[in-house]
Design a protein around this ligand. Structure first.
Ligand code: ATP
Ligand code: MG
Length: 302
């Protein structure tokens, strides 16, 4: 295990703490209830909106320092089944941050050009610059999820045959662990979120998309096809978390049946990550301070 290059923070008291997985040994998905709204005094949507607004304000302050300091980058990875609320969570949680300091990348089915490269290639090009927050709406983790559930996708990747054996998933987990070690040693702080929605709640949300004309656009027939593989996906998610959770790039398994709760937990985890960096505005040295004084005087003399 590689020691964490990021400063250690006290996470114990935080709302997101019970959902934070730093070691995957023995992790089982059923340990976290998708319907949970525990560990908060807040019990309804309206109080949650006020709490989220506070969180968003705090995040904006921290992002401003992240940007000014220009050393660390924060990468937030979102994975979930369809209709678990990825898009809404990203929209609400990031609503207060300066768009200049934030970039969202959505990873869909790979293009012919993507498939002509190793699977981390396209993600690597979308990493946040120093001082920025990068959001991955889906990610390289799809390579251990959809590709595992649909082996025909692996065949399309045209990897040399001798390299495709039954160990391929273990190899991918190891690649990803090493990749994330590498990122954290370079100042990219990685936080990963699995929005854990129940099968029953997904059905309710799909029905709403079908029955409400304003939500029809969100529905895709492919969503129902993937739902038919629910158990295989849950198994793949569990394996993924078990093998890639670490102290420096933890998974958060966030209950997602109540959207307001999901958003509060994610916001708290992002604030936790930023606070652990002890960000501060850059200070000015004597030489720079003299230059500022000169510029000041020059303007006054005009
Ligand atoms: P939304 O439905 O909210 O617009 P989404 O993330 O579900 O967002 P879609 O365009 O519906 O976006 O789906 C993208 C699809 O691309 C998903 O089914 C996902 O599994 C698939 N995908 C992403 N990465 C890969 C990959 N590496 N290989 C194969 N399929 C992938
Ligand atoms: Mg979709």
């Amino acid at each position: 295990m590689v020691s964490s290059p990021t400063p250690v923070a006290d996470h114990q008291h935080r709302l997101s703490h019970p959902y934070r997985i730093t070691s995957g040994d023995g992790f089982q998905l059923h340990q976290i209830d998708p319907g949970s709204t525990d560990h908060t005094q807040i019990s309804d949507k309206h109080a949650a909106e006020a709490a989220l607004a506070n969180g968003v304000e705090r995040m904006a302050e921290l992002q401003d320092k992240l940007y000014a300091q220009d050393r660390w980058a924060l990468l937030l990875v979102f994975q979930a089944m369809d209709a678990a609320g990825k898009d809404g969570t990203i929209k609400h949680v990031m609503s207060g941050v300066n768009p200049q300091g934030c970039q969202v990348s959505s990873f869909k089915a790979p293009s012919a050009l993507d498939l002509d490269h190793d699977y981390l290639w396209r993600a690597n090009q979308c990493l946040p610059e120093r001082g920025r927050i990068g959001i991955f709406n889906r990610s390289y983790y799809e390579e251990t999820l959809v590709v595992r559930v649909h082996p025909e996708l692996l065949a399309r990747q045209t990897i040399p045959e001798v390299l495709v054996d039954h160990d391929i998933w273990q190899h991918r987990f190891r690649d990803i662990r090493h990749y994330e070690d590498y990122l954290s040693r370079n100042g990219v702080v990685v936080r990963k979120f699995f929005l854990h929605v129940s099968k029953q709640e997904q059905k309710r949300r799909f029905l709403e998309r079908l029955e409400n004309p304003e939500k029809n656009w969100k529905f895709s027939a492919a969503d129902i096809r993937e739902r038919a593989h629910w158990d295989a996906y849950m198994e793949a998610y569990e394996q993924m978390i078990r093998h890639t959770a670490s102290e420096h790039s933890p998974w958060y398994v966030v209950p997602a049946d109540h959207k307001w709760f999901t958003r509060l937990v994610v916001a708290d985890a992002v604030i936790d990550a930023l606070e652990s960096l002890h960000l501060a505005y850059p200070t000015v040295n004597d030489q720079a301070r003299r230059a500022l004084a000169e510029a000041h005087q020059q303007l006054l003399n005009e």
